[in-house]
Design a protein around this ligand. Sequence first.
Ligand SMILES: Nc1ncnc2c1ncn2[C@@H]1O[C@H](COP(=O)(O)OP(=O)(O)OP(=O)(O)O)[C@@H](O)[C@H]1O
Ligand SMILES: [Mg+2]
Length: 241
Amino acid sequence: MLVLREVTVRFGALAAVDRVSLSVEEGERRALIGPNGAGKSTVFAAVAGALRPVSGRIEFAGRDVTKLSEPRRARLGIGRTFQHSSLFTGLTCLENVALAVRARRGLGLRAWLPRGRRAEIEREAAGHLAATDVSPDGPAGALSHGQGRRLELAMALAARPRLLLLDEPAAGMSAAESAELASMLRALPPELTVMIVEHDLDLVFAVASRVTALAAGQVIADGTPAQVRASPEVQKAYLGT
Ligand SMILES: Nc1ncnc2c1ncn2[C@@H]1O[C@H](COP(=O)(O)OP(=O)(O)OP(=O)(O)O)[C@@H](O)[C@H]1O
Ligand SMILES: [Mg+2]
């Protein structure tokens, strides 16, 4: 589903992502872990098309997407949620998700639609909200932190991605909220490929079938959760010894 070949992304002199190669199978649940500044979010930005690598190649579903724009990649099926919240706080939860459904269908956010069409979009939006256990009514701005992150997940699902990139979906969640998120992620359709960046290693090990560890822009371990957990390089990167 996704192949990175020797991908390098630079910010000036800094190689934030340094010759990263990895390969993710369809339906896989892959975690990307590593200390702060390791380059995890930058990998996601490069895959989504928000940042252009200076060298290397990115293939999605068998196609070279390295030079495609972010909207083109979104239309091909690369979806994501962001490390920092990106909700329309003045709109209801249903309206937030309905906007995402409209965007996927190429409908202008304000375009007038007949009532039947609007109702159909709202039904689909309500389905995504049910999957993430968020109530449709009430402004998005009034949600608890954990509910807000789940609303963002519903919005990402509304794009009907084939590959979903989740950047720290459990950030700021309580242990109970994070456990609830883990079961929600496990319930996603099996054919959906999911990559998750997360510092909450309990969530990582509950969800991921395979883990890639980054440090200073480079892959330092790649394997099953148990293999990566046992890797001396990973322990060194986390403990800083
Ligand atoms: N827009 C930018 N301009 C300059 N440097 C950047 C930019 N974005 C990230 N960096 C730097 O690139 C490196 C990788 O950052 P990145 O955000 O990818 O790390 P991360 O692994 O996601 O970290 P965290 O766990 O803190 O989110 C860091 O040294 C960071 O300071
Ligand atoms: Mg990050």
